[in-house]
Write a protein that binds this ligand. Structure first.
Ligand code: CP
Ligand code: NVA
Length: 326
């Protein structure tokens, strides 16, 4: 039997393999649009472990799994023994004996790697502190839908350049050969280890790390993410002071000088006061919008929500690719 293929981080895949996953995602989107049934993995069982909260990733794995004919079991942080009474390795051995695939969202990358090693089944990284690889397939799929091609594009990520999304965008762009700029204040620029990984896997992309916002000139896409990621314990005020100049607002969009630029965000986004956390930040610091203004968010919302929908189609492609040979 062919061994199930995990999806733990982008560098485990070649440029061609990632491109194939993007194209397969587009095919699954077409099947779904045409309401053509695709229960290709009928009767398999998958578990979804979430140690951090999620809307998109959880929903995407659930719907994608069900569309493929699989039984999907959600195992939330408070539901299982993992980490408290039982190690990752023991949990992996148990779940691997019952499930055909396991999604894991958590903190340490080494935990998702251990889960894959000791479960013996396909494991999908639904986000760790280091990488968010399933997000990348949706993001580059969305770019391909908008521009019709990926070759020759230049993208810029503006904001916290040390988080999982920035890491994944830098490395995935390098593998795919797409020019990428990480624009962040010096203290929030990517870890040198991540930059080295990107350089080692670079297929001809121009990789730029800078604190200079003028670098957005001419880019095809602007991307941002929250200023404080899940599980980070930092002084929020300090982050705001560092990152407010890097907010995606109308002025920054104008600086691209590209009338066809699109704006993307993995979501959730702090663009208005309609959440408890946003209200709390507003009460403390008087800021009503953080990483992206509401004006820009609404203007580019069709791309942003298309990107969110694409999480489901791309996760379906990733799971199918892992399990099709079982
Ligand atoms: N983008 C993303 O991963 O969203 P969730 O945290 O809602 O899953
Ligand atoms: N950087 C964010 C991404 C959320 C999808 C976080 O880790 O919280």
């Amino acid at each position: 039997m062919t061994k199930a293929l995990s999806f733990l981080k982008e560098i485990d895949f070649t440029q061609a393999e990632l491109m194939d996953l993007i194209d397969l995602s587009l095919k699954f989107k077409d099947l779904k649009r045409k309401r053509i049934p695709h229960k290709y993995l009928d009767g398999l069982n998958i578990a979804l472990i979430f140690e951090k909260t999620s809307t998109r990733t959880r929903s995407a794995f659930t719907v994608a799994g069900q569309d493929l004919g699989m039984n999907v079991t959600y195992l939330g942080a408070g539901d299982i023994q993992l980490g408290k009474k039982e190690s990752v390795v023991d949990t992996a051995r148990v779940l691997g004996s019952m499930f055909d695939g396991i999604e894991y969202r958590g903190f340490k990358q080494e935990d998702v790697e251990a889960l894959a090693e000791h479960s013996g089944v396909a494991v999908w990284n639904g986000l760790t502190d280091t990488w968010h690889p399933t997000q990348m397939i949706a993001d580059f799929m969305t770019l391909k839908e908008y521009f019709g091609h990926l070759e020759g594009l230049t993208i810029a990520y503006v904001g916290d350049g040390r988080n999982n999304i920035a890491n994944s965008l830098l490395v995935t762009s390098a593998i795919l050969g797409i020019n990428v700029k990480i624009i962040a204040p010096a203290s929030l620029q990517p870890d040198p280890e991540i930059v080295t990984i990107a350089e080692q896997h670079n297929n001809g992309a121009e990789l730029t790390i800078t604190d200079d916002l003028a670098a957005v000139k001419g880019v095809d896409m602007l991307y941002t993410d929250v200023w404080v990621s899940m599980g980070e314990e930092v002084d929020f005020k300090e982050r705001i002071d560092l990152l407010l100049p890097y907010q995606i607002n109308a002025d920054l969009v104008d600086k691209t000088e590209n009338p066809n630029v699109i704006v993307m965000h993995c979501l959730p986004a702090f663009h208005d006061l309609n959440t408890e956390i946003a209200q709390d930040i507003y009460n403390k610091y008087g800021l009503a919008e953080l990483e992206i203004t509401d004006e820009v968010f609404q203007k580019y919302s069709s791309a942003i929500f298309q990107e969110a929908e694409n999480r489901m189609h791309s996760i379906k492609a990733i799971m199918y690719n892992s399990l099709k040979n079982l």
